[in-house]
Write a protein that binds this ligand. Sequence first.
Ligand code: SF4
Ligand code: SF4
Length: 197
Amino acid sequence: MKTFEKVENKTYYFSSCDSCEALCCDGREGSLFAQIILEDFEEVYKNFPIVFILGELGFLKPVILLTNGKSLCQYNKDFKCTIYDQRPSICKNYPLSPHLDNSIYIDKTCPATKQRGETIVKNFNINKNLNTYDFDNYQDKYIKTHFHFDKYKNLDNLEKIITLNAVDFYSIKTNSNDYYIDLHHKSLKNINNYYII
Ligand code: SF4
Ligand code: SF4
């Protein structure tokens, strides 16, 4: 299971994925869904279902369904990503992750972080040759995303469309003139037999 920890003032390395059976792409290892922000919608809607979960205090959070919780991501073949250039930011950033507190987090369970390799973080700074994602402003983007969907959180607007590993995922029913809701609706074509098991 993934265990993200806030990075400390030291050097973190990444060796290689060569001898790993794609643990980060495996629903049996805890990769079920990932929270996204508005900037992610265009990148993911063609390949993944964008759905919503009800978080703490009834907050509505957009997420993508990465796996069905019981197998590898459907885009993983022979432990390799078949949509590498179009993979979501969550995958591009891994084993790093942005956080609401604007800190960088790292999954210490990724085997490649346990051996010396390329430097990925040093003194709280990410190696920009490896990752150009804007971790610094994640808090603002997260809050903007939250407020964008806050108006839809009334249960009358929501339809439960799938339950995976005891987590309920919702669609927003409204047809309002909202660019992100439109991408959400288009993305639902990706809920296919892979997820409905
Ligand atoms: S990033 Fe880590 S968990 Fe994912 S395939 Fe590479 S070594 Fe395995
Ligand atoms: S999109 Fe690629 S990197 Fe991301 S979970 Fe699927 S197979 Fe893994």
